[in-house]
Write a protein that binds this ligand. Sequence first.
Ligand SMILES: NC(=O)C1=CN([C@@H]2O[C@H](COP(=O)(O)OP(=O)(O)OC[C@H]3O[C@@H](n4cnc5c(N)ncnc54)[C@H](O)[C@@H]3O)[C@@H](O)[C@H]2O)C=CC1
Ligand SMILES: CC(=O)C(=O)O
Ligand SMILES: [Mg+2]
Length: 565
Amino acid sequence: MGEYEHGQRRHSPAVLEDPLLNKDTAFSAAERASLGLDGLIPPVVESLHEQAARAYMQYGRQPTDLARSIFLSGLQDRNEVLFYRVLSDHLRELLPIVYDPTIAQVIENYSREYRRPRGVYLSIDDPGGIERALRNFGLGAGDVDLIVASDAEQILGIGDWGLGGGAGITAGKLAVYTAAAGIDPARVIPVALDVGTDNEALLNGPFYVGERHARVRGERYDAFIDAYVSTATRLFPQALLHWEDFGPSNARRILERYTGRVPTFNDDMQGTGAIVLAAVLGAMRVTGQRLRDQRVVVFGAGTAGIGIADQLRDAMARDGLDEEEAVRRVWAVDKQGLLTQDVAGLRDFQRPYARPPAETEGWARDEDGGIGLAEVVARVQPTMLLGTSTARGAFTEDVVRSMKAGRPIVFPLSNPTERMEAAPDDLLRWTGGRALVATGVPVEPIPYDGVDHSIAQANNALLYPGVGLGVVVSRARRVSDGMLRAAAEAVAGMVDVSAPGASLLPEVENLRAVSATVAVAVARQAAEEGLARVALDDPVQQVQDAMWQPRYRPSPSGDGGGAES
Ligand SMILES: NC(=O)C1=CN([C@@H]2O[C@H](COP(=O)(O)OP(=O)(O)OC[C@H]3O[C@@H](n4cnc5c(N)ncnc54)[C@H](O)[C@@H]3O)[C@@H](O)[C@H]2O)C=CC1
Ligand SMILES: CC(=O)C(=O)O
Ligand SMILES: [Mg+2]
């Protein structure tokens, strides 16, 4: 052997391999010289703007949504600034590719399409390796603002997708954090918690990159989660711990276990609850009604459904009902039908909404003894019908027509598109354009009877980035119910619903402004509740200052900032 081992380079162009540092053709001549990159990049020196134009042109040549998504992941793996520049410049077009609904396909294909790792993979078979893995990521105690973790048991509405689900959804959620709220991508960690999977196609098929055994539950699972939380909070004491897409038997338990101890947040329960509350507040402005007078049917009483119910209950209580009256304005329906106190297998968090059996005497029952959605709606005459069931098409024409007359509020919130409880154009048609509609996935405006109806995207992506940024800016010790209420009200306050067909929520194009406004409200509320750990003298400016922008910075050992846009 000569001076070097085979394959080793004397002058490693590591900066080209690090997506957080790489500027590719935007490295200036001086940077190329000082970083040892001369001759390793084509001679042209391009601006970020020029690079973004090429990347967007290449993106446009991809044949399918999955291919578009894979292209964008590749771009992110190469050059994060460029990725976020392109994403920010075309947010409305690209968000459905990076996030809902295409992210479902990405997750289903994760192992097949696997190219390179991103983030941290923790295995229940190696709990002793948690600390090593989190340290190997290379960030110090003060360097982490946010960790998004998922065990992938209930990915969107597509179920258990094992390791790929955890890796895919945490990366996607973090991309939205950065695009929407300017969370610094160098200060976050996506964590896939691999506890096995019950998805037999993954376990028995080729290519699966996770642990090949059934999902572990019980004490071992709890100990693993505990080890993750205690290690992550010890290593990164400032980090907000975000939980995503846990199954209904774990999501709430985990949140309740840690919420008083560390800054932590369950997006499916709390983020969804708050964005739906914001949309409902918008609907109240359209109809001129009071929240306290609503009758709400929640179809799919799981993590998201009961998370929404809880926030509506609290909002109705703030609107003058006592808590018991507020709870009684919610009818929760799940697989067993209407949840009543004598229904078998109620979960703890469903129990408050279970109704006394006496209330349903004489109601029609299905063959299996349950009271189905159609009967509940016909009897209750709800003003609001919210879908978080994953049951495609469950909101039939008959069901929707038997809601209380007027302007029915109908939100088929299940993701991805194939899981929606009803198609928005059908809802408008069945109600003569009177339905107030919001969906989890993005939907193009729908012309009906001379009015363009903008369908609100009631997806937690409109809310959680601002909550995260508010927590980061205030260094809040906890995420309180008050902070979530403040977030919901901030979003609702940004919408003008006066025009016919107006959306109940802000448009996705305004995501950055929405997130900044939410962050200010959340940070102020944290300070008001004594939860902020930094002084908030000027929260508006502090939030602006904290927002990372996709532009090149001076290279560590270069002398310039690279070519600017
Ligand atoms: N728009 C948004 O921001 C969000 C939407 N979601 C969507 O909500 C849906 C549920 O998600 P999670 O609550 O996390 O799942 P989950 O598994 O915790 O809850 C789903 C619930 O629906 C019930 N269910 C399933 N099939 C049903 C049927 N045929 N009839 C009645 N109930 C049925 C299940 O028993 C369970 O209680 C998913 O499609 C997800 O994408 C979830 C979070 C945020
Ligand atoms: C949006 C989201 O968090 C979900 O569908 O699970
Ligand atoms: Mg989710």
